[in-house]
Design a protein. Structure first.
Length: 294
């Protein structure tokens, strides 16, 4: 039985918790957040909580620490936990700066969660996709974190902006289908919230061999919607990540309605751990592209 403690009880934590509770050989033994009120959510009832992570670790003796704090704190927490011999799992993005990412890459005793590659529609596509050259990949991720004028919600500023928070998920997906180190002729444009200096829209284009690549991440459309369009073999495939479905030329080939999108992605990650992790070399490429274009 693996014993897991969670550090950081923000929006994403309940999805991790629900996923972990689906896995028979995992037990969540402790929770930590600087805010006492964070533990008052009904889903956390009955799980030991502390505002001091070192005290929590001493009291509950976990095997693994799951870091779900804002990315600015990831490196320091990960290094402290690894220093105590604990296995570390870090929510994307790995860290908020290139320096912090480089430091973590030197001590790879951690696993990064790229939940976008774990969706049932992505796993179905990986098993069933035609083995033909891909002509084009268009990834479009929208989150309702900014208004039409591009002003980002104060509570979402800790995420670091559209490219850092959403671009990393898009690049992780892209890494399944093209070698990131082969990308050429890349170009990115950003729109920036003047009140905080963070990007609320990012448009990236590149080529990998004969594959044309487009990534659009937006926070200003007022919707939560994720979709990838792949053109191959004369057909157009749509991976609708929000609906967890795959279509070919408008015909539905696959759909999973068993549970909510994020919970499904995290459940798959933990159920198959560490199978749905990316190699460290791929992580290095993801963050090189991410920070080179920030």
């Amino acid at each position: 039985m693996k014993r897991i403690a969670i550090i950081g009880l923000g929006t994403i934590a309940r999805h991790h918790l629900e996923a972990l509770q689906h896995i028979p050989d995992i037990r969540v033994v402790g929770l930590c957040d600087l805010r006492k009120e964070a533990a008052q959510e009904p889903c956390y009832a009955g799980i030991p909580f502390d505002t001091d992570w070192t005290r929590l670790v001493e009291n509950v003796q976990p095997d693994t620490v799951l870091i779900l704090t804002p990315p600015q704190a990831h490196r320091a927490l990960a290094e402290l936990c690894m220093g105590q011999g604990l296995e570390v799992i870090i929510e994307k993005p790995l860290a908020a700066t290139s320096q912090d990412v480089l430091s973590l890459l030197q001590t790879p005793e951690w696993t990064a969660v790229y939940h976008s590659i774990c969706g049932p529609e992505v796993r179905w596509w990986e098993t069933n996709r035609p083995q033909q050259p891909i002509d084009a990949i268009r990834i479009a991720f929208s989150d309702p974190y900014a208004d039409e004028q591009g002003r980002i919600q104060k509570a979402k500023r800790v995420l670091g902006g559209s490219w850092l928070d959403s671009g990393v998920n898009a690049l992780a997906l892209l890494a399944l289908w093209v070698p990131l180190e082969q990308m050429r002729d890349s170009h990115i444009s950003h729109l920036t919230d003047p009140t905080c200096g963070l990007h609320y829209r990012s448009d990236f284009k590149a080529n990998a061999g004969l594959t044309a690549i487009e990534i659009e991440v937006r926070w200003d459309k007022g919707i939560n919607h994720k979709q990838t369009v792949i053109e191959t073999g004369g057909h157009t495939y749509v991976l609708n990540h929000s609906r967890q479905s795959v279509e070919c030329d408008g015909k539905v080939l696959f759909q999973d309605e068993s549970c909510e999108r994020l919970t499904a992605q995290y459940t798959a990650f933990y159920a198959h751990y560490p199978e749905f992790s990316l190699p460290i070399e791929t992580t290095e490429q993801i963050y090189k592209i991410l920070f080179d274009n920030l």
